[in-house]
Design a protein around this ligand. Structure first.
Ligand SMILES: NC(=O)c1ccc[n+]([C@@H]2O[C@H](COP(=O)([O-])OP(=O)(O)OC[C@H]3O[C@@H](n4cnc5c(N)ncnc54)[C@H](OP(=O)(O)O)[C@@H]3O)[C@@H](O)[C@H]2O)c1
Length: 261
């Protein structure tokens, strides 16, 4: 299926790895020009090279910390200057620390709010005038299944991420019909973030080792495996495309059927 993204301009935040990179890859495969960002320059450069290896469009990579509003503004400006506009925004971020409520410090609450919510607010604020100037403006926010079901040891994700889906629900009404806004809710998808979470649970004694953790996570999933990042990237590309022209304000689980509701 041709998604009609050829020649469109896309910005994907927090995208040198994992779900952001998979989204950038799917958009680039469809012929979009893609801008990516992250903090670590070496990993960002590796990601840029990988994308350039398979993309027919242009690739821009800019070192950016999405918790810094000035850096976010500069990222959007550079993307628009390079591509001549912006059609698609995809937001991702790093993951918050794995903690229980009683372990979590006040600073961690505020840092997580900046990382998960304000980074999205700043990116959308800066991107909005450019998306409005597009014939095909879309926003896809990568959130988590934790907005629907609390995950153990992830109080920060369970509580703070709901701000992102509340934001998406709101802008899907305020920005339509010019711009569509949707969220994707990953379940468990094998990325460096999941490796980190499994290792944290091994340290807490929840799992014996990494393999035990991976098997335990897969055992809850009707599809009998955890997801591949490319499976989420394809859904993000679809939601960004004209093929999803009447899909607006949805929270799209990509979890192999893990959530029951
Ligand atoms: N994987 C899953 O199963 C899953 C499930 C539900 C929700 N999520 C959530 O989805 C998001 C992405 O997860 P992932 O699995 O893709 O993680 P990942 O593989 O660890 O990738 C995170 C990416 O974000 C970048 N990043 C982190 N902090 C950043 C910052 N302040 N500014 C700019 N870039 C930043 C990282 O690069 P640098 O460190 O170099 O900046 C990296 O490129 C996270 O919020 C995670 O909690 C993931």
């Amino acid at each position: 299926m041709d998604l009609g993204l050829d020649g469109n301009a896309a910005l994907v935040t927090a995208s040198s790895s994992g779900l952001g990179l998979a989204s950038a890859t799917a958009l680039a495969r469809e012929g979009a020009d893609v801008a990516i960002c992250s903090r670590d320059v070496d990993r960002l450069e590796d990601a840029r090279e990988r994308l350039e290896g398979m993309a027919s469009g242009r690739v821009v990579a800019r070192q950016t910390d999405v918790t810094d509003p000035d850096q976010v503004a500069a990222l959007v400006d550079e993307t628009v200057a390079e591509f001549g506009g912006l059609d698609h925004l995809v937001t991702s971020a790093g993951g918050p620390p794995s903690t229980t409520f009683l372990e979590t410090t006040e600073r961690q609450w505020y840092e997580t709010y900046d990382l998960l919510v304000m980074s999205v607010v700043w990116t959308i604020e800066n991107a909005h005038p450019h998306l409005l100037g597009s014939e095909a403006g879309t926003i896809v926010c990568i959130a988590s299944r934790t907005v629907r079901e609390a995950a153990d040891g992830l109080v920060l994700s369970n509580a703070v991420r709901r701000g992102v889906t509340g934001l998406v629900q709101t802008i899907s009404r305020e920005f339509a019909p010019e711009i569509r806004a949707n969220a994707v809710l990953p379940g468990t998808i094998e990325t460096p973030r999941i490796e980190e979470l499994i290792e944290a649970r091994v340290d807490r004694g929840v799992y014996d080792d990494y393999e035990d953790g991976l098997a335990a996570m897969a055992s809850d999933v009707p599809m009998d495996r955890i997801g591949d990042p490319g499976e989420l990237g394809e859904a993000v590309a679809y939601l960004s495309s004209e093929r999803a022209s009447y899909v607006n304000g949805v929270e799209f689980p990509i979890d192999g059927g893990l959530m029951r509701g």
